[in-house]
Design a protein around this ligand. Structure first.
Ligand code: PRP
Length: 215
């Protein structure tokens, strides 16, 4: 009998894709968990317990060891910079981090950049040798250049609908994003068999899903 794994799962959009991938890997994740409001979901068939977290908090639960492993977007991982192991690229929730502005954007001195990702944005502009003022927002980031709060934004682009529908333009892509499987450093040693067994099951499912998506 393998040890119980506590898994920090991101509530919402990524959870649907993650639970689908886990099922494709042969794990018996109940369908009704997708729409449940429960915050702790027992999955005894897979010897797991899901902790349903706000996506941005997943690395925190894993770093502190209240979850052994977690599923999290590379965007959050880069922004939060937590002390965790990154085990697998799950290949789900594909999107990108980009610099976006109005189509007639012109460089100005000390521009303002609005974002949900202040660390990512600061690091990017520092590496570009550009001095900017970063303004942290929590959502609807595209509003900022439209109503004059910021010159540019750093945000996620998935389908591109939000920027298109709001008349904005994507200027630069900073990095591509997929969800990752992460592990707590101590759990990785203490529950290595169970974690490794999970990775071994997930890998072919990821390869199959990626090959299917490329068709
Ligand atoms: C995210 C992101 C963009 C949008 C990109 O926002 O911040 O606004 O999705 O997706 P698209 O390219 O498919 O349009 P989210 O829906 O998470 O809401 P938020 O703006 O409140 O953060």
């Amino acid at each position: 009998m393998q040890e119980l794994l506590k898994v920090a799962m991101p509530k919402g959009r990524i959870y649907k894709q993650a639970s689908k991938l886990f099922r494709e890997a042969g794990l018996a994740i109940p369908d009704d968990a997708d729409d449940s409001r429960k915050l702790i979901i027992q999955v005894p068939e897979a010897n797991m317990e899901f902790i349903m977290a706000k996506p941005v908090d997943v690395p925190t639960y894993v770093e502190y060891g209240v979850a052994d492993i977690g599923v999290v977007g590379k965007d959050v991982l880069m922004e939060e910079n937590r002390d965790v192991y990154e085990l697998l690229d799950l290949g789900i929730a594909r999107c990108r981090m980009s610099v976006i502005a109005l189509p007639d954007w012109q460089p100005v001195i000390n521009p303002r950049v609005a974002t949900k990702y202040p660390n990512v944005a600061s690091q990017y502009f520092r590496e570009q040798g550009q001095q900017v003022e970063v303004i942290k927002l929590n959502g609807s980031i595209e509003l900022a250049p439209m109503i004059g709060l910021a010159d540019r934004i750093v945000d996620m682009v998935e389908t591109g609908s939000t920027i298109r529908e709001n008349g904005l333009k994507e200027y630069e892509q900073i990095f591509s994003i997929t969800s990752r499987l992460i592990a707590n450093r101590v759990s990785y040693r203490m529950k290595n068999n169970a974690i490794q067994a999970l990775c071994d099951r997930l890998q072919p499912a990821i390869a199959a899903a990626t090959a299917g998506a490329g068709k």
